[in-house]
Write a protein that binds this ligand. Structure first.
Ligand code: SAH
Length: 358
């Protein structure tokens, strides 16, 4: 709920508008977990709030800490669905900040795009997350970790631009001074490459950062691992990125996972370097994090460094992300995958019974 919506609700309940700031202070600054804790509100209002509103759109099921202090959260939604959120302390290459806290947020339950290497899309998409479920991931990570969040990357489960309205609404809320006040420039939307929505994003007043999951620098290679490339081939995707650049004057990031013998060749490095140079984009190379049951492998570290050198020749900024959190399956949908495999039968049965699959 936005502040304006909360004020409207309070007015219609016969309460003064300043209660809105009291309530929002409890939610975003003090991390209250229930309306009962809001002791400066009249008891009657607290009861009414508890009856008519929901304070917790997500519930922590498991929290896992990796050796490198990355923390991973498995959240359960009100319909039983599972999503993942990750708290990453310092990620040079992922954002321009080091020593700051980044939260990696999910936008959907599952994913419809079926990138061949990715764990999140293995069972398709179940539904979009609501703005509340997106905002609450950040609020709960802050509450559970006791850390202040500085950066948000929409790089968890799901395709954020396929859930455009809720994602933008959530980011606007998180950006607001009455909420967490996180700067738009500290927010990154990562996309599989939905060209029309990239053009739409270019029109938004908020200065959100854009990252493109490229992963292949020619249509032949990209289509092999990312089916979405058949719908929006590189020419269209790059065209949308150029428009975004023109309107925004913001640097785009190309994410490029390195898959052994698939996209780690000199030919791909050259094509990638040329594309990045054309768009003045920076390139973030990520050695693939193997997914149980899938055939893809990561190249040797030497090969990754060689690939980086090949791209560098095009005078583009290219980082090799030595990723964090691998020991807790923090990369890319893997904690959820494990959990769903363990309790999967129960969930899919429950979903069929309640008719909530899609
Ligand atoms: N759907 C959006 C948001 C997901 S972001 C997008 O595609 O950009 C998550 C990033 O992790 C994407 O770049 C995705 O391609 C990448 N990824 C998925 N599985 C991975 C794996 N096993 N190892 C490394 N990166 C992976």
């Amino acid at each position: 709920m936005t502040r304006e919506e909360l004020v409207a609700w309070l007015m219609s309940a016969g309460e003064p508008a300043y209660r809105a700031d009291q309530i929002l202070g409890w939610v975003y600054e003090r991390g209250a977990g229930s309306f009962q804790e809001m002791t400066n509100l009249p008891v009657g209002l607290r009861e009414r709030l508890a009856e008519e509103m929901e304070l917790n759109a997500v519930r922590a099921l498991r929290v896992r800490q990796a050796g490198d202090t990355t923390e991973k959260f498995l959240f359960q939604l009100s319909d039983g669905a599972l999503i993942e959120t990750v708290l990453i302390p310092a990620t040079p290459g992922l954002t321009s900040q080091s020593d700051r806290h980044t939260v990696c947020v999910s936008s959907q339950v599952g994913c419809a795009y079926g990138c061949r290497f990715c764990a999140s899309g293995l069972a398709g998409v179940r539904r979009n997350l609501s703005a509340a479920e997106i905002v609450d991931q950040v609020v709960h990570v802050q509450r559970l970790s006791g850390e202040r969040v500085h950066n948000i990357v929409m790089m968890g489960m799901g395709e954020p631009l396929a859930n455009y309205e809720a994602v933008l609404r959530a980011l606007k809320i998180l950006n607001s001074p009455w909420s967490l006040g996180i700067g738009a420039r500290k927010m990154t939307i990562s996309t599989v490459g939905l060209a029309p929505q990239i053009r739409r994003l270019a029109e938004e007043p908020m200065q959100i950062r854009l990252a493109i999951s490229l992963h292949g620098a020619t249509d032949e290679v990209r289509s092999r691992i990312m089916p979405v490339n058949r719908k929006y081939p590189l020419r269209e995707l790059i065209g949308a990125c150029e428009e975004y650049r023109r309107r925004r004057q913001r640097q785009i990031t190309f994410e490029y996972i390195l898959l052994k013998d698939v996209n780690d060749t000199e030919e791909q490095a050259r094509a990638l370097g040329a594309l990045a140079a054309r768009l003045a984009a920076k390139v973030n190379l990520i050695p693939y994090n193997p997914v149980e049951g899938l055939p893809w492998q990561r190249p040797s570290e030497a090969q990754c460094r060689q690939f980086q050198q090949w791209v560098k020749r095009y005078r583009v900024a290219v980082t090799l992300r030595m990723e964090k959190g691998t020991d807790i399956n923090a990369a890319c949908g893997q904690l959820r995958l494990q959990e769903e495999r363990r309790i999967g039968a129960e969930w899919s049965l429950a979903a069929v019974v309640s008719g909530s699959t899609m």
